[in-house]
Design a protein. Structure first.
Length: 380
């Protein structure tokens, strides 16, 4: 989250007359408090109620099935399930804990932001209650690993690809920062969370599944670096996070983005436009995090002109108005929403008319969701 954005929201919520405030700030601030109110007094969110444990017998273990896997119609029992890239299996989604995790992320984000805007401890207390319920309380907590993430029935009890499920962890450092002065979020809570992130970060970096994802050559590997950086920050290991963002992620940029701005490892997918945007969005979140730590990825350009985020954006921009010109496979329709975050950020960090005009037409800030709005840098 950007300090300037948080300041704008607070001023708008308090009704201050300031012509420099974005016209959408008041509506976003109102939405935040409204969404926080919806979650007041609700039951804690937990994965322990999922009965689809498969190989794990522990309800505290996160579980999911790869969303693109389906029963094999040529087998009597459908096993092993087979991959149909880009085709989401609703039964796999329903059986997975990913939805619960997403609900938790949204709940604590809205509540922590409402606490910041209003100064009312009730919102901070609710955010603290939800965090305890999901991460700390003995009866409802999640174990700090993803050994059973993105499993494939009949084939794999868990895969490295499962770490993409928890990419929402990227925003939790900001949530925890907003709660720093909340009396209800105690020192014991902070230490408990630090221990949880320390254990999860160790698992990411030492387990077979964690290392499998680290080696992923496509968007999964980039998302791994960004998520790991966030986890290390929450484990109070800032220097380690800087090393990931300053060394590992730039190397991935060079491997992911050609001198022309193409992302060939996403172009081979059945939703090549979608995954090009998805990869770019996650990397941009890493670049925003890196800048807050004094690391500049926006101007990065590797050997031969590879790895440039600016070039990656400029390569994609023409296809907003000319999707028919996209030569690679895209089995779903082009959706400009998939590009909103990187366009919003790109329009701030780059003086490029192509990016800025595309942002104004296809990704105006008033249409940004709360998460993206508060994390987009402010134009100076």
């Amino acid at each position: 989250m950007q300090e300037a954005r948080l300041g704008q929201l607070k001023s708008a919520y308090e009704g201050k007359e300031d012509p420099s405030l974005p016209h959408e700030a008041k509506a976003i601030a109102t939405k935040i408090v409204k969404e926080a109110d919806k979650r007041m007094g609700k039951s804690v969110i937990t994965i322990t109620e999922n009965e689809n444990l498969q190989e794990s017998k522990d309800p505290h273990d996160y579980f999911s099935i790869g969303r693109y896997f389906w029963p094999d119609s040529n087998k009597p029992d459908g096993l092993p399930w087979i991959n149909r890239d880009g085709e989401t299996n609703p039964d796999a989604v329903k059986a997975s804990d990913e939805r619960k995790l997403s609900e938790l992320i949204h709940a604590v984000e809205y509540l922590a932001l409402a606490y910041h805007l209003t100064g009312q401890e009730k919102y901070g207390a609710e955010a603290a209650r939800f965090l305890r319920g999901f991460f700390l309380d003995a009866e409802t907590k999640m174990n700090p690993h993803l050994d059973y993430g993105q499993s494939v029935p009949g084939k794999a009890t868990g895969r490295g690809w499962g770490l993409i499920d928890t990419r929402g962890f990227m925003i939790l450092p900001d949530v925890l920062k907003l709660l720093e002065k909340c009396p209800t979020w105690t020192a014991q809570d902070r230490e408990g969370m630090k221990a949880w992130w320390t254990a999860y970060g160790n698992w990411m970096q030492t387990s077979k599944i964690g290392l499998q994802e680290k080696k992923a050559p496509n968007n999964h590997g980039a998302a791994y670096d960004v998520q790991l950086s966030a986890v290390l920050l929450m484990a109070d290991k800032e220097e380690d996070a800087k090393k990931v963002l300053g060394e590992s992620l730039p190397a991935r940029l060079d491997a992911h983005i050609t001198p022309e701005g193409k992302q060939p490892r996403e172009l081979v997918r059945t939703k090549s436009w979608s995954y090009s945007c998805f990869n770019l969005k996650n990397i941009c979140k890493g670049a925003v995090m890196a800048r807050s730590l004094g690391i500049d990825l926006w101007s990065h350009e590797g050997e031969g002109g590879r790895g440039s985020l600016r070039k990656a954006m400029l390569y994609l921009v023409p296809f907003f108005k000319n999707p028919e010109g996209w030569a690679e496979k895209q089995i779903t329709k082009f959706d400009s929403k998939e590009a909103r975050y990187w366009l919003d950020v790109g329009a701030v960090v780059y003086v490029e008319e192509g990016i800025r005009s595309a942002q104004q037409e296809f990704a105006p800030m008033e249409k940004a969701d709360v998460t993206d709005w508060v994390s987009t840098p402010v134009q100076k």
